[in-house]
Design a protein around this ligand. Structure first.
Ligand SMILES: [Zn+2]
Length: 278
């Protein structure tokens, strides 16, 4: 999964840190990222050579002893000197700890961008100095990083797993698990029950936590659960606004797909290999 970067170590304790020339810079502008010609993050030395000042570098996190910064203001000189790329390049970036760095920087960048002004009074927000937060100097509104909790449900019955396929998503991988966002006022187990009923019309039981995964591409934390069908009737009633397919597949029927860093892929492949908990 994307967060599995050993022997590298991700450090996200917030502190003010000045850059050193070999630190790395993440750059986002209108849904694109900007990388070097070799497809890597530019160094602080490289962006400073383009006229970027220290005050324009916002500390994000470290991996091992390399700090990653966000370029706060992206000017044309920087864009023209680097290669514009879709942010999905992070999904398969090598070495793989850079995929986690890119997705996490993308998530933080989107949060900073969405909170430049106070949602209560409209005043420009300021970055807090002691914690990862944006603070309004006028009304003291404080905004912490927004992370959307979303569940994945791997539902099983009689040696089969329920797989779905999203409608209208060109790049959707072939099969997915039932998934959805937690609503205000419910537990994650409630979310699992509700989403399975809404998307495929089936009752479930034995809901058990499997693992979680940060998924910065969508600003989410994905929380995976195993569950069993609570009925002998496997008939799927699809929510056709979201899905165009919902099928029960045995281990042998599941296609072996190209490895991806997602929790969905990991859980489906665990089932295929007979390694899911009973
Ligand atoms: Zn305010």
């Amino acid at each position: 999964m994307i967060q599995e970067i050993a022997p590298h170590v991700y450090h996200n304790a917030f502190h003010e840190r000045k850059s050193i020339p070999t630190d790395l810079v993440t750059i986002f502008f209108k849904g694109k990222t900007y990388l070097t010609e070799t497809g890597l993050f530019p160094t602080v030395a490289q962006v400073k050579a383009l006229g970027v000042g220290e005050e324009d570098l916002v500390y994000l996190f470290e991996i091992d002893d390399v700090a990653f910064f966000l370029l706060w203001t992206v000017n044309d000189t920087v864009k023209e000197a680097l290669v514009e790329s879709p942010t999905m390049v992070f999904r398969n970036m090598e070495p793989s700890h850079l995929a986690l760095a890119g997705a996490t920087a993308l998530h933080l960048s989107g949060w900073y961008r969405a909170n430049r002004f106070c949602g209560c009074c409209g005043t420009p927000m300021e970055r807090d100095k002691v914690e990862r937060a944006m603070r309004c100097p006028k009304c003291n509104n404080i905004v912490y990083p927004r992370i959307n909790p979303a569940i994945l449900a791997a539902v099983r019955h009689n040696g089969k797993i329920l797989l779905t396929h999203y409608a209208n998503r060109a790049n959707a991988s072939r099969y997915a698990l039932v998934a959805g966002f937690a609503e205000i006022g419910e537990t994650l187990e409630d979310t699992v029950r509700r989403e399975v009923m809404e998307e495929v019309g089936l009752p479930i039981k034995n809901i058990r936590y499997h693992a979680s995964q940060p998924w910065g591409f969508a600003g989410n934390i994905m929380v995976g659960f195993w569950a069993d069908l609570d009925s002998e009737d496997e008939t799927v009633t699809l929510d056709q606004t979201e899905l165009d397919e919902g099928v029960w597949l045995s281990r042998e029927e599941i296609p072996v797909e190209v490895n991806t860093p997602s929790l969905t892929h990991t859980m489906i492949q665990l089932f295929r290999q007979g390694k899911d908990p009973q």
